[in-house]
Design a protein around this ligand. Structure first.
Ligand SMILES: [Zn+2]
Length: 396
């Protein structure tokens, strides 16, 4: 274990208030941080440019070591989830810290070796190409699902009950915390993800990330059990004052109809409900297509896990509709690479609904020679190649 008190005596202690950003993705940096007290969220940019919380770190966890040791730009954005105190280590006190805490050096090395292995796996994934495959993750899911006996206020027609429950391995990657609802201001318990343990196994062509023995999709939504406000955990606090009253009213109405409860282990039915609850919460304000798109895409992934083809197709269409609206009608402030990802995703969604010509256009648009990401260029080229062959076969 890291002796926090001893480390604090080496100086470089910094305090951060709730929601304060320690550093942004891409920032230059020469320091690493050890959390002495508090919690921080780790955010990466999702494919549509919005921050996606991939993990939370707590007392004793560290981050930023790649910047300290190799002057690498920051690979994620880190923000305080509560008042947080960190020990900041730079070149001037690094040796002293390691001399006092040799165990820490070992943990840093272990972390770096995990990271390198992940990168290699990702690289080899890109090299060997990636055909969309039926996921092997379906753990004996029966397709004979019964219709949900619930009030269908928040579920679309065709949604059923599914017998899938969380794998026991999920617990290793979770810890309990508490948050305050920004709508009703009451506290409630939440599950947070330990990022230091996550291992990326592979990334699908539609940008879905698969982690070893864990599925972050199951824990990405928080629902306040008091007022029924639901949102992604990484933007849970982002709710405008104007909407608070409306969300409270909607919640009151829903309370009599739907029971929300996360079991332990979590059931996929509860996970589905949590995503539909965000869509319901969104109705309180002006519906943002980018946000609906994110939800429909995630729902389509979940339906593919339970092998409900009909609902997979339905949610794929909804995702395509919303991403297209977001792509063509809203002003985006995204990087070249994020645009590439979004365009590829549009292509993949078109493929899912059998719009091959449209898909081909998107894949062509996603290729950016100057300043684009070469892995993404290659991914699009592979798709274009496959599509040309498929289209030629159709029209001999
Ligand atoms: Zn609440």
């Amino acid at each position: 274990m890291v002796d926090i008190a001893a480390l604090a005596r080496l100086g470089g202690v910094r305090k951060y208030g709730i929601d304060e950003t320690l550093f942004h993705f891409g920032d230059p940096g020469h320091e690493m941080f050890i959390i002495l007290k508090g919690h921080v969220g780790v955010y990466i940019n999702s494919l549509d440019g919005s921050p996606l919380q991939v993990a939370a770190l707590k007392d004793g966890d560290f981050f930023g070591e790649m910047s300290l040791l190799e002057n690498m730009p920051r690979s994620a954005t880190i923000s305080a989830l509560e008042d947080t105190v960190c020990l900041v280590i730079d070149e001037s006190n690094f040796e002293q810290v390691i001399a006092q805490q040799p165990g820490l050096a070992f943990r840093i090395m272990k972390g770096m070796s995990n990271r390198l292995r992940q990168q290699n796996e990702e690289l080899s994934f890109h090299k060997h190409g990636s055909q969309p495959q039926e996921e092997e993750s379906s753990t004996g899911v029966s397709r004979a699902s019964a219709p949900l006996p619930l009030n269908s206020d928040i579920y679309p027609p065709g949604h059923k009950a599914y017998p899938l429950i969380a794998e026991a391995t999920h617990d290793t990657y979770l810890f309990d915390s508490e948050t305050t609802c920004p709508v009703c201001e009451k506290k409630f318990p939440v599950k947070m993800v330990r990022s230091s343990k996550l291992r990326l196994d592979k990334i699908e062509p539609d940008m879905r990330q698969h982690f070893h023995d864990f599925e972050p999709l199951w824990y990405a939504v928080w629902i306040c059990p008091h007022c029924y406000y639901a949102n992604f955990n990484f933007e849970f606090k982002q709710v405008s004052d104007a909407l608070v009253k409306k969300i409270m009213e909607q919640g009151q109405e829903l309370k009599s109809k739907i029971k929300i409860n996360f079991s332990s282990p979590r059931k996929i039915d509860e996970v589905f409900t949590s995503y539909y609850m965000i869509l319901h919460t969104l109705q309180a304000g002006k519906v943002d297509p980018t946000k609906s798109a994110k939800i429909w895409l995630r729902l389509s992934w979940l339906y593919s896990d339970v092998e409900d083809e009909e609902m997979y197709n339905y949610t794929s269409e909804k995702a395509l509709e919303a991403y297209s609206e977001s792509y063509f009608n809203t002003r985006r402030n995204t990087s070249v690479e994020q645009d590439q990802r979004l365009t590829i995703l549009l292509g993949e969604l078109c493929l899912r609904v059998d719009q091959k010509e449209e898909a081909l256009k998107h894949f062509r648009n996603s290729i950016v020679r100057k300043g684009g990401n070469n892995n993404l260029n290659r991914q699009a080229e592979d798709r274009i190649h496959d599509l040309r062959e498929a289209l030629n076969e159709e029209t001999p």
